[in-house]
Design a protein around this ligand. Structure first.
Ligand code: SAH
Length: 196
């Protein structure tokens, strides 16, 4: 098997593992009643689609067909190893964030019945550790798929979702939790502990 084939398989296994981690939480979260879905808008659906395109569809087409051809470069074993390590770190963080957020988690922006503000576990270090995990996934994709479109597509797709969502998510949390959320914001950064 070529290094490229190994790298594509590692990427695909990472995506499958992410889904396996998410599935049980998705089931649980569906059971929790939604108290405020005002933020679950068409805009949110468009952002989610852009992110899915960049992290899922564009790289899957490349992995399966090599499209877009001509924009592919040679891989090194070091790059593949780095990609695997970053994906592993991302999956670990995904699992932790889902566990810490529990029934408060949702795919789009919404407030559940009896929604609790989570500030412990990995949420003690940053306000959006699940988004940190998505960025790590996107970096892993850029390392594992040696194509100038399919590689960075995840960073672009998820970057757009993050940029257009995070301010609204924080406004929604502030509206719901008031001073408790302000205090939480005062002691944490968004996605990189102590930096950003
Ligand atoms: N931005 C967070 C959570 C993503 S899931 C992260 O990256 O880890 C999105 C949902 O999580 C939002 O609808 C919001 O209701 C909820 N949420 C976000 N931060 C939260 C927190 N600190 N405590 C409880 N729920 C939170």
């Amino acid at each position: 098997m070529t290094l490229l084939a190994c790298s594509k398989i590692a990427w695909a296994l990472g995506v499958i593992a992410w889904y396996v981690i998410r599935l049980p939480f998705e089931r649980k979260a569906k059971r929790a009643q939604v108290a405020d879905a005002r933020h679950r808008t068409l805009r949110e659906m468009v952002l989610l689609s852009i992110s899915t395109l960049g992290l899922g569809i564009v790289p899957a087409i490349y992995a399966a067909t090599g499209f877009p051809k001509g924009l592919t470069y040679a891989l090194s074993p070091v790059q593949v190893m780095a990609g695997i390590c970053v994906f592993a770190a991302s999956l670990w963080l995904f699992w932790r964030t889902h566990r810490d957020l529990g029934r408060n988690w949702s795919v789009t922006l919404e407030i559940k019945d009896a929604h609790q503000l989570v500030t412990g576990g990995v949420y003690a270090y940053v306000r959006h550790p699940m988004y940190s995990a998505f960025f790590l996934w996107a970096v892993a994709q850029a390392l594992l798929l040696p194509n100038l479109v399919a590689g960075p597509a995840g960073l672009v797709g998820f970057g757009i979702l993050f940029a257009f969502r995070v301010g609204r998510e924080e406004a929604m949390m502030r509206q719901t939790f008031g001073p408790a959320y302000d205090a939480y914001c005062a002691r944490t950064r968004r996605i990189i502990p102590g930096i950003f």
